[in-house]
Design a protein around this ligand. Structure first.
Ligand SMILES: [Zn+2]
Length: 131
C-alpha cells in the first residue's frame, strides 16, 4: 500500500453538480442521495459540487457533503467543492471544516485536474425531484 494521496485519484471524467437554494435538515439527505446518484456511472471519477448558488446551508448540509465525500472516496471517486457562496463559506468556517474539503474558488479551477469535463445542472432550489 502506498500513501493515501488525494491527488492519486484518476479523474478522467468529472460531473459538475450545481446545488441551489437552501440546504438544511429538510433536504440534506436528498442532497447526498442526489450527489451520489449523479456520480453513479462507471465513467464518472470525479464530482465537482458547484456551491455558488447556495443561499443557505446549515450543519446538516455540511454533514451531507462530508458523508457523500466519504462514500465516494470509499468507491475510489473524488469529490471537490467549487465556488462556495458566502453562506457556504460562513458555515464551513464556523464549523472549522473549511480544511476538511478540497475547495476551489471557481468551477474551472476545480476541473483543471480532470482530463475531460461534463457539465450537469443540479435541480433548482434544494434537490427536489431527485430520488
Ligand atoms: Zn478529481
Amino acid at each position: 500500500m502506498s500513501g493515501q494521496n488525494q491527488e492519486s485519484f484518476p479523474c478522467a471524467e468529472a460531473v459538475v453538480f450545481a446545488v441551489r437554494g437552501e440546504i438544511d435538515i429538510a433536504n440534506a439527505t436528498q442532497l447526498c442521495a442526489a450527489l451520489l446518484h449523479a456520480t453513479d456511472r462507471p465513467d464518472c471519477h470525479c464530482l465537482v459540487v458547484d456551491l455558488s448558488r447556495v443561499e443557505f446551508m446549515d450543519l446538516s448540509g455540511v454533514r451531507a457533503l462530508y458523508e457523500c465525500r466519504r462514500v465516494l472516496a470509499w468507491e475510489g471517486r473524488h469529490m471537490v467543492l467549487a465556488e462556495p457562496s458566502a453562506a457556504v463559506e460562513r458555515v464551513l468556517t464556523a464549523l472549522h471544516m473549511e480544511h476538511d474539503f478540497e475547495i476551489y474558488p471557481i468551477v474551472e479551477a476545480a476541473l483543471v485536474h480532470t482530463a475531460r469535463q461534463r457539465y450537469e445542472e443540479g435541480p433548482r432550489t434544494g434537490v427536489r425531484g431527485c430520488e
